[in-house]
Design a binder for this molecule. Structure first.
Ligand code: PMP
Length: 423
């Protein structure tokens, strides 16, 4: 049964049919007569033709190594690469393009901070506050630093509804807190973290703040100056950009004060056999030949997102998520983790189908063309807190439609039938 809601594609904030034409992969079938319904966007997004074409064009017409080149192609490549830095700075309202460091992904961006800021500014006994809903990439680097330096890790607990316990946060964040490092949105549950409250608590104690923006930068407007944070990490591949390109934004004074993360070409000013001196930011943190085509593709992805408008994208995801929450509630045996209200979560819905292992749910859905993710979502502490080994997760992006939500619901009903649950 399909609910009649005024959230059909034609009422969504932009022209979905037109957008979908930009994503050739969305026309594909996973088997003859079985069209793809791609609902695994929290893992990675699809790429529009504009991004794909920009990479081909770069290799076809401009390819050369960047910086210090005197020939035309090198100058063009350098200008393109550096131009994207400025565009990305504008996208997150960073005051200075030099504050954009190109990395491989969110994981590398967080590791960069742990190495280059953490090793310089944290001492034994200093406290780093994280949360229980972090992706492993915002837990493991800090555990490694703890084992090396004797820093203390504190975790803001998750409440049963997938939100963070702010009373406990108030207790944990104190004079010993040197860093608050939290995600803006849980990739496992979709919970939106109350950053404003947490940042205010951390700043009142003079702590530095890192935000893991892997799930927020692709899906909502993020303004680093309005947030009043110090570092922001995000990945190109979750926001229509290529794989292998990510960003660390950091406040210029902090980046200037940090030592390099990796040593090698491009990050130096001078090298003798005895010693080396460092280039200025951002080159100091970009040792070796970077992913030039990746940065260019990410710039085009940012153009695409900016043209649609991040507020419109967020509005679309709220509408799709709201529709999905309502429709999924009618699937027999299905329970949803996290907040019941679409306004309080991102476009991520984690659920379980009673009596059927999430991996089996995922596999049956795949036979219907519906791509979701199952497992611990690189957030094992969240699974532990929920007391489940894994969940099934559907996650939406700007090209998803209510019809695709219907396809998900139909496939889940078929899954119930397939396993003979009698529901
Ligand atoms: N943090 C969050 C919240 C994420 O969702 C992800 C990706 N699932 C990451 C960090 C890691 O991103 P990447 O694998 O691109 O480094």
């Amino acid at each position: 049964m399909t609910l009649v809601l005024d959230t059909t594609s034609t009422h969504l904030p932009f022209d979905i049919a037109r957008i979908r034409r930009d994503f050739p992969i969305l026309k594909r079938e996973v088997a003859p007569g079985v069209p793809l319904v791609y609902l695994d966007n929290a893992a990675t997004s699809q790429r529009p033709v504009q991004v794909i074409a920009s990479i081909t064009r770069y290799y076809r017409d401009h390819n050369a190594n960047i910086h210090r080149g005197v020939h035309t192609l090198s100058v063009e490549s350098t200008d393109m690469y550096e131009g994207e830095r400025a565009k990305i700075a504008q996208f997150i309202n960073a005051p200075d393009a030099r504050e954009i460091i190109f990395t491989r992904n969110t994981t590398e961006s967080i590791n960069l901070v742990a190495h280059a800021w953490g090793r310089k500014f944290l001492q034994a006994g200093d406290e780093v506050v994280l949360s229980e809903i972090e992706h492993h990439s915002n837990i493991v680097p800090w555990q490694m630093l703890r084992d090396e330096r004797g820093i203390v890790l504190r975790f803001i607990p998750m409440l049963p509804d997938g939100t963070l316990d702010l009373d406990e946060a108030r207790r944990l964040i104190g004079p010993k807190t040197k860093l608050l490092s939290v995600t803006a949105m849980s990739n496992a549950l979709g919970s939106i973290v109350p950053l404003t409250d947490l940042i205010a608590m951390a700043k009142a104690e003079g702590a530095t703040v890192l935000v893991d923006g892997a799930q927020s930068v692709p899906h909502m407007a993020v303004d680093v100056q309005a947030l009043g944070i110090d570092f922001l990490a995000f990945s190109g591949h979750k926001m229509l950009g290529p794989n292998g390109i990510g960003v660390l934004w950091g406040r210029l004074d902090l980046l200037d004060a940090m030592d390099p993360f990796m040593g090698g070409g491009d990050m130096i000013l001078t090298v003798t056999l005895d010693r080396s001196t460092w280039a200025d930011v951002p080159a100091k943190f970009e040792a070796g030949t970077p992913d030039i085509s990746g940065a260019i593709g990410l710039g085009v992805a940012v153009d695409y997102l900016a043209a649609l408008g991040m507020d419109a994208i967020r509005k679309h995801e709220i509408e799709i998520t709201d529709y999905a929450l309502r429709r999924l509630a009618d699937v027999p045996g299905l329970s949803i983790f996290g907040r019941p209200n679409a306004q309080e979560r991102g476009g991520v819905i984690s659920f379980e189908l009673e009596g059927i292992h999430p991996h089996d749910v995922g596999q049956v859905l795949d036979t219907h063309g519906v791509a979701i993710r199952t497992g611990h979502h690189c957030a094992q502490p969240v699974m532990a807190a929920l007391n489940v080994p894994a969940t099934a997760r559907a996650s939406f992006y700007l090209y998803n439609t209510t019809e695709e939500v219907d396809a998900l619901v139909d496939a889940l009903e078929q899954t119930n039938a397939f396993f003979g649950t009698g529901r």
